[in-house]
Design a protein around this ligand. Structure first.
Ligand SMILES: Nc1ncnc2c1ncn2[C@@H]1O[C@H](COP(=O)(O)OP(=O)(O)O)[C@@H](O)[C@H]1O
Ligand SMILES: [Mg+2]
Length: 248
């Protein structure tokens, strides 16, 4: 089983435009190791996507270092975005096959297995346009898992879905995380979602500052309607409120 180690040290990211400089990430450090499900939560604009983009190499840092390793090699990353970003002219199974580094019957069997995990085997030969938004997002998740990454980066993957679909996808994701033993870094502005899924929550505040890094010590599966989850959620929201008071 492969699990990534993430080391982020003194990370800073500025976006410089003609008229201003925006600090999106300010002096962020943390380490993640092993079979963790880490959520990064914070209000919109606090630098969550920027952090993920730096981890995945899409953006460069202004200062600081990021190391993502698996043993003594560079870790393999998978990425799930807010929308599925499937290739519309390829069938569902071909969308999974397209991102593989090799071909062959075992590779195809692996793609079929991950499609089955999101309960979409029957759509293998259909095209993305024939599927609902929730189904497309499940294909995107199966595709990310199908390359068997050491670390899965997810940026608000359920935020465009209706509440009922999002809820069942959260359950599926949790099962896949448990079964595959992957490290997941999950960005969300939804505190309830973070409490339901995470073993640990990193809170970012406006200006990209890391303001808390907390374990979530509730047993799985977590019922979002249970008292324990409601208490943890209320505690996190209270922390955010107190931050807002300090800021004004
Ligand atoms: N390419 C960019 N150029 C200029 N500013 C940017 C760029 N990307 C993000 N920002 C700014 O950086 C801040 C953090 O953005 P982002 O990481 O997208 O936040 P979040 O994902 O938490 O909503 C925001 O103020 C945003 O406007
Ligand atoms: Mg974002």
């Amino acid at each position: 089983m492969t699990m990534a180690t993430i080391k982020v040290q003194d990370l800073r990211k500025e976006f410089v435009t003609d008229t201003s400089t925006v600090v999106a990430i300010e002096n962020v450090s943390f380490e993640v190791g092993g079979h963790e499900f880490v959520s990064v939560v914070g209000p919109s604009g606090c630098g969550k996507s920027t952090l993920l983009n730096i981890l995945s190499g899409i953006e460069s840092a202004t200062r600081g270092t990021v190391d993502i390793t698996e043993g003594d090699r560079k870790a393999k990353l998978g990425y799930v975005f807010q929308s599925a970003r499937l290739l519309p002219w390829r069938s569902v199974i071909d969308n999974l096959l397209f991102v593989q580094s090799s071909r062959g019957p075992q590779v195809r069997a692996r793609c079929e297995r991950y499609l089955d995990m999101v309960q979409l085997s029957h759509t293998a030969k259909q095209y993305p346009g024939q599927l609902s938004g929730g189904m497309q997002q499940r294909v995107g998740i199966a595709r990310a898992f199908s390359i068997e990454p050491d670390l899965l980066l997810m940026d608000e993957p359920f935020s465009h879905l209706d509440a009922i679909t999002a809820r069942s996808l959260r359950r599926e994701l949790h099962v896949m995380w448990q079964e595959t033993g992957k490290t997941v870094l999950f960005v969300t502005h939804d505190v309830s979602e973070a409490v339901e899924l995470s073993t640990r929550i990193i809170m970012l505040a406006k200006g990209g500052r890391l303001v808390a890094d907390l374990p979530v010590e509730l047993p799985f599966p977590r019922d979002p309607a249970s008292d324990a989850v409601a208490l943890a959620r209320a505690d996190l929201l209270r922390r955010f409120e107190s931050l807002d008071l300090l800021a004004t």
